[in-house]
Design a protein around this ligand. Sequence first.
Ligand code: LFR
Length: 486
Amino acid sequence: TVTRSYAAVDLGASSGRVMVGRVGPDTLELTEAHRFPNRPVRVPEGLRWDVLGLYAGVLDGLRAAGALGAGRLDSVGIDGWAVDYGLLDADGALLGNPVHYRDARTEGVAEKVWATVPAPELYAATGLQYAPFNTLYQLAAARDSAQLAQARRLLLIPDLMSYWLTGVQGTELTNASTTQLIDPRTRTWSADLAQRLGVDLELFAPLRQPGDPAGLLRPEVLEETGLVGPVPVTAVGSHDTASAVAAVPAAGERFAYICTGTWSLAGLELTAPVLTEDSRAANFTNELGLDGTVRYLRNIMGLWLLQECVRAWGGPGLDGLLREAAAAPALRSVVDAGDAAFLAPGHMPERIAEACRASGQPVPRNPGETTRCILDSLALAHRRAVEDAQRLADHPVDVVHVVGGGARNALLCQLTADACGLPVVAGPAEAAALGNVLVQARAHGPAGDRGALRDLLVRTQPLTRYTPGGDPGRWREAQARLTAPR
Ligand code: LFR
């Protein structure tokens, strides 16, 4: 039997990594080849991504990935965070540093867009939740900029990396669905919407599906990385959340998932979008997934709240904080982890304290208590999202899968099980990289449906089960503190 090697480039908001996945009929092994920081940079014009640094990290990673297997790779796939993009001029050169989705430029922009296309109509046409950073609002914010006037092409970040590696341009569908310019029923551009909002769809390179070929590594890239050509690049679910959902080790359909990391993305995998007014009011999104699926989910601030506190506290170790949090009083104070007030970087402990004060709850007294407040609040937000999704989509579940970095956080997983009143299956932590690898493996090996991919995960990945416990009434009471009129 053959075992093949695939490199998964997975770009997160705080770090990038290149993993090598070895896949055979009964094997799925992931090895980290290289990890590098992704640090947003604040310049006078705002918050920007260091996209050249990121690309350099990708090249270093591919070199390290090759070194693990004598320079040979069967394919490379790239996934990353959504919505952000680079603009290219008529020569194909990058125009400026891509803007960070946490930049303030989109403040107040949505209202202007809604004056042309009212929010309910926008939701009915795209199924996308309201988030200030959706590409559509970013483009509206940039409307009169010199840069956009000069731009001939827009590439989402993973597509930009892919272009630099291969010279070939494309727009991968799962990530394209986060632009708010795709109709989730037809799974293609909404020309009508684009026209009404003055977005030139010619800016976008042709759509490609997960599994499609996306070019070959350029000779210069082979030389720089020491890889032996030809090495194909394969489109994967290039939205990291799409790759992570592809790696949820579920059996059957009655499951919810929570992809945890900088964000918590909590919801369901569906076969058709939910475009009702109730769904809009609950701010659920219909992003596109593999094989005609819809990722019906809600964005929750996630471990960003903790990452930002840790940064403010000067970087204490996570283990110590989690021990103190486990010993701290439970559900003493909770905040609304979906609140956009937590979106921007900076002063996170103060902002959490302020939210506790404003809702008449005790202010956490130390980092341990603040950490407990964050984890309780995340579990509470997970509970709400899992409950709301089941009701709005009329799709009941028996289990919650926690994948991504938070799957390693035992306290968060147990609290999530307790809050949801459902068993939690935690793992894999590297779900995005695994989903990336599996889609490549499917494109280059024997075909398998999503069920077969998930079955391989269940057979090969270590998973941890958490049984719900405690008094469910306490979570209802905590939720009421956030929703009570004051
Ligand atoms: C997670 C993620 C989310 C998206 C946010 C911004 O990494 O991709 O799915 O809403 O980042 O792009």
